[in-house]
Design a protein around this ligand. Structure first.
Ligand SMILES: *Cc1c(COP(=O)(O)O)cnc(C)c1O
Length: 354
């Protein structure tokens, strides 16, 4: 039986997507060839890339609004530097909400001066700072919408005069937002879209091309746009699986529908964390993530019993990140509500046993 997969990333993908992907590895589109042994310039693959790009824009409500979707290599971590390479002329503003934001800040510092507008490091990133000001002369403002490790999520975004850049790696396509207020969104595929190996970048074209410094071709968004995201060989398999997931999401009713499911999953788990005296949440309540729920046992003595219970129940990937400890339940789009119910049942069994 399939495990209840709460892994933080790489993570669960829809079962039917995995089956379709497996079939395409042996015989793609009835070509009697594998998806991964045909030319990326073939008509069949070009169609995959184009479908993935257009579905990404469609799900975000950005079709025909001056945005381009790219499937690039190098992971979300590559975007930490590509964003700065392409947009940081003098000074950029960053919000520091965790490990990934900190890494983005470290890379951007190589390209210009940085203003850290606020940080929640003083409390091990358990909350999202609010009420900060973004300097008027910043080239852009960068934030991380969902902090995968700490289990916090931005439920509101500031308004500003400069472009808004957001790392949405772990909550892309999970909830409705007015995505047209963002100028550049990036997301590593392996949290809510597909296998590791490709990164989605959605960028408003008008913010590009304003840089004095020369940009190496591979790191230049405009080069990738000019080549329809095929400047070099793309990650054909990850792009194909991402396309399948985006189609799966569309058949399900798109982002509005998945948001309802994600909200039910999160409220089921958080209610239990708050009700059950053996557990306590890590993140500040108002900033809790719908995707990654971080929590602890109130008494360490229950650890062995709890770990045995959830492992016996077929649950995978519940251990917290080493910088937080405790537990983390990642409830990405493909995780069924029933898996969350199993976890809640296990938490209640522990309470009865203790
Ligand atoms: C996982 C993650 C990353 C890093 O992604 P890579 O593809 O491994 O570089 C960056 N940001 C966030 C928010 C993440 O969750």
């Amino acid at each position: 039986m399939k495990k209840h997969n709460f892994s933080a990333g790489p993570c669960i993908l829809p079962q039917e997507v995995l089956q379709q992907a497996a079939a395409a590895v042996t015989n793609f589109n009835g070509l009697d060839l594998s998806l991964i042994e045909i030319s990326h310039r073939s008509k069949d693959f070009v169609e995959v890339m184009e479908t993935a790009r257009s579905l990404a824009l469609e799900h975000l409500g950005l079709t025909g609004k001056g945005y381009q979707a790219l499937f690039l290599l190098g992971g979300a971590s590559m975007e930490f530097l590509m964003v700065a390479y392409n947009l940081l002329q003098q000074k950029a503003a960053y919000l520091n909400t965790g490990t990934w934001s900190s890494k983005a800040i470290k890379e951007a510092k190589l390209f210009g001066s940085l203003v850290e507008v606020a940080s929640s490091k003083d409390q091990n990133f358990k909350y999202i700072p609010k009420g900060y000001t973004i300097p008027n002369d910043a080239d852009y403002f960068h934030c991380t919408s969902n902090n995968t490790i700490f289990g916090t999520q931005m439920h509101a975004f500031p308004t500003m005069d400069c472009p808004l850049v957001c790392d949405m790696s772990s909550d892309i396509f999970s909830r409705q937002l007015d995505f047209s207020t963002f100028d550049l969104i990036y997301a590593g595929a392996q949290k809510n879209m597909g296998p590791a190996g490709t990164t989605l970048v959605v960028v408003k074209e008008e913010i590009l091309g304003k840089m004095d410094r020369p940009i190496p071709s591979m790191l230049d968004y405009q080069v990738h746009i000019g080549k329809d995201s095929m400047f070099n060989t793309p990650a054909v398999f990850p792009v194909y699986v991402s396309m399948l997931t985006l189609k799966w999401l569309k058949d399900l009713g798109g982002v509005p529908e998945i948001e309802k499911i994600n909200t039910s999953k999160a409220s089921l788990l958080y209610s239990e964390i708050d009700r059950n005296p053996l557990f306590e949440g890590f993140a500040a309540k108002e900033d809790r993530s719908l995707m990654n729920a971080t929590f602890n046992l109130t008494e360490g003595a229950n650890k062995e019993a709890f770990d045995t219970l959830w492992q016996d129940a077929g649950i995978n990937g519940l251990n917290g990140h080493r910088s937080v400890g405790g537990y983390r339940a990642s409830m990405y789009n493909a995780l069924p509500l029933e898996s969350v119910q199993i976890l809640v049942d296990v938490m209640q069994t522990l309470e009865k046993q203790a």
